[in-house]
Write a protein that binds this ligand. Structure first.
Ligand code: PLP
Length: 335
């Protein structure tokens, strides 16, 4: 048995999802004529409490569009020290938007209002003006940590007070919603724009939704085209996302329970675990992460060495209770 705990992006479309894709009504989405895409854009914009939505190929493109739409070249974007656009988007913000990124240290990937307030410098000709605050919820490198609805509101208030626009990278906002029982729109409320991914815990193969006021979505549509993200009969993918949203949202609670079970087992075995998972991601430390992950692989368990000493495991649709039990057996063996 292979238990793949590397990422929640590894899921494969289920038979039901494949049927939904095969039966999708499609049209040319660059012409705005794909009814399945149009329905999904409306559905998700409503869930996030925003005026309009734009279906885009990836979370990376969604984040980059947000930065492009909300800044001018020479501006500074504030984000938490573990944030995705800084670590994993190939320096895109510098190339696509001509901005600098200023990292703000949070705790477990979660920003505090005080640290954001302290990071905004007063206007001065020497500084790149801070123009945008981007918040990742849940935080991937933070161990799937949730920024609460209240925390999001506080961060947005601080940013707005300092004249900054706000962006929510909600690649895993679904997990925050399920973990806390709070509405997606409550998390997104204070943010000018918010994007969510269908290709993480929800289990769709491709796709993100970028949402905000219609005027910004119109701008975003142009940037999407510029980046080559205008897709044609893409209703086949929107159908997968729509199916995932209907069928797989509430089951994220199972991933969260399994992540906690795995974490408890690791702890009991004496592994140096980080914080107990709030959602589907957990981290622990070993002296040599690459060597450790290689040993796990020999026993059929896949994990990711995030740094030299830090191992990540992620629960998702394709790992069930038996998979968790099998992983724990291996962790006992290699401990
Ligand atoms: C928090 C976060 N934002 C954005 C992305 C980018 O998504 P994609 O892989 O679809 O480009 C990821 C990917 O894992 C992520 O974890």
């Amino acid at each position: 048995m292979l238990v793949d705990l590397r990422s929640d992006t590894l899921t494969r479309p289920t038979p039901g999802m494949r049927r939904a894709m095969a039966e999708a009504e499609v049209g040319d989405d660059v012409f705005g004529e794909d009814p399945t895409v149009n329905r999904l854009e409306t559905r998700v914009a409503e869930l996030l409490g925003k005026e309009a939505g734009l279906f885009v190929p990836s979370g990376t493109m969604a984040n980059q569009i947000a930065i492009r739409v909300l800044t001018e070249p020479g501006d500074e974007v504030l984000m938490e020290a573990d944030a995705h656009p800084f670590h994993y988007e190939s320096g895109g913000a510098a190339v696509i938007s001509g901005v600098t990124i200023r990292l703000v240290q949070g705790e477990g990937g979660v920003l505090s209002p005080a640290s954001v307030a302290a990071a905004v410098r007063p206007p001065n000709v020497h500084h790149a003006p801070a123009r945008l605050l981007s918040v990742e919820n849940t935080s991937n490198r933070g161990g799937g940590r949730v920024s609460s609805v209240e925390r999001c509101a506080e961060l947005c208030a601080i940013a707005r007070g300092a004249g900054l626009a706000t962006h929510l990278d909600g690649a895993r906002l679904w997990n925050s919603h399920v973990a806390t029982g709070r509405e997606l729109a409550d998390f997104a409320r204070g943010f000018d724009v918010a994007n969510v991914c269908f290709s993480k815990g929800l289990g769709a193969p491709v796709g993100s939704m970028w949402t905000g006021p219609r005027a910004l979505v119109d701008k975003a549509r142009r940037v999407r085209k510029m980046l080559g993200g205008g897709m044609r009969q893409v209703g086949v993918l929107a159908a997968a996302a729509d199916y995932a949203l209907t069928q797989h949202l509430s089951r994220l609670a199972d991933d969260h329970t399994r992540a906690r079970r795995l974490w408890a087992a690791l702890k009991e075995l004496g592994y140096a675990v980080e914080a107990e998972p709030e959602t589907n991601i957990l981290f622990f430390r070993v002296p040599d992460a690459s060597a450790f992950v290689a040993r796990l692989k020999e026993h059929g368990v896949l994990a990711i060495p995030m740094t030299d000493t830090r191992v990540r495991m992620v629960l998702h649709l394709d790992v069930d209770d038996a998979g968790v039990a099998a992983a724990i057996e291996v962790l006992v063996r290699v401990a």
